[in-house]
Design a binder for this molecule. Sequence first.
Ligand SMILES: Nc1ccn([C@@H]2O[C@H](COP(=O)(O)O)[C@@H](O)[C@H]2O)c(=O)n1
Ligand SMILES: C[C@@]1(CO)OP(=O)(O)OP(=O)(O)OC[C@H]1O
Length: 159
Amino acid sequence: MKIKVGFGFDVHQMKEGHPFIVGGVQLDHHAGAFGHSDADVLVHAICDAILGAANLEDIGYHFPNTDDQWKGISSIVLLKHCIQLIKDKGYSLGNIDAMLCLEAPKIKPYIAAMKSNLAEATGLDSDDISIKATTNETMGFIGRQEGVVAYAVCLLEKN
Ligand SMILES: Nc1ccn([C@@H]2O[C@H](COP(=O)(O)O)[C@@H](O)[C@H]2O)c(=O)n1
Ligand SMILES: C[C@@]1(CO)OP(=O)(O)OP(=O)(O)OC[C@H]1O
């Protein structure tokens, strides 16, 4: 069996009064991430990890932010597209490990719902999806809550 590792990173600007969608879940917060899509930073990092593992370019290549087709779209839909792209290349997803960097809110209450959304979109068991978080200890743009960051790694398998 062939095993491939993938890595993804994403960052989005935070805006007051904007919905904050992370892992397909709307967080209860006064500000949210802003982008061309729903700006789901966690799902974007996961998409890039999956695409990277299969050497299939990146999220902006498949879903350009100049294309109105993707404007305001749920990133869960983009993730499902990415899963189909790796399947077409003969790969299946083994697991995901992701890390969010945001000062607030605490994501612990939302993790189970995020995992459930990601499991549904990817076909993985929830136990093969890890979502963790750290603050940036008040430092820099994350610490000032001007932006939110996510990192993800994944494994792909091919028989
Ligand atoms: N947005 C966040 C940030 C952190 N957590 C959880 O809190 C723990 C402590 O975070 P520090 O950055 O202060 O070390 C962290 O390990 C997470 O479990 C969180 O849920 N949401
Ligand atoms: C997802 C896309 C497309 O709607 O838009 P954004 O929400 O701005 O997200 P980004 O992480 O910059 O990456 C790719 C974009 O093409």
